[in-house]
Design a protein around this ligand. Structure first.
Ligand SMILES: [Zn+2]
Length: 134
């Protein structure tokens, strides 16, 4: 059963009207259609696209949470050496790890040589991959 989103009356199949009031789109009965601007809204299309958008948001949220929850408790002292050891324990080559974290091989080499200090973002990516070995 479909109900009018304004008055709550039952809408018979095929008699739903779609209107816009401000920024919200409503499915209403014929009597309430006069309260807003009529829009052509194929119901199924609208539903599936908003569902997809919602699923995308959810996915993004999960990813954000995952990043937040990753604790950054690896001591920065000897960081490069720790990364190198963990990488070797994981059986990865420098270029393989670099590819996994989507960073340049040269960057990873500099991190391992302790020529540079990785940014928090890079550290998180490294630690996510090498966590069991760090
Ligand atoms: Zn109505």
């Amino acid at each position: 059963m479909t109900e009018c989103e304004i008055c709550g009356a039952e809408i018979k199949k095929g008699h739903a009207r779609y209107i816009q009031i401000g920024t919200s789109k409503l499915r209403v009965c014929e009597a309430c259609a006069r309260y807003g601007t009529a829009v052509v809204e194929p119901e199924k299309k609208e539903n599936s696209s908003s569902l997809l958008a919602r699923r995308r948001d959810l996915y993004q949220m999960e990813r954000d949470i995952e990043i937040e929850e990753l604790d950054m408790d690896v001591d920065m002292e000897d960081y490069g050496r720790k990364v190198k050891e963990a990488r070797e324990k994981a059986g990865l080559k420098q270029e393989e790890l670099a590819r996994m974290i989507n960073e340049k091989h040269s960057l990873l080499r500099k991190i391992e040589n302790e020529t540079i200090t990785p940014t928090e973002e890079v550290r998180m990516k490294i630690e996510r991959v090498l966590k069991p070995y760090l």
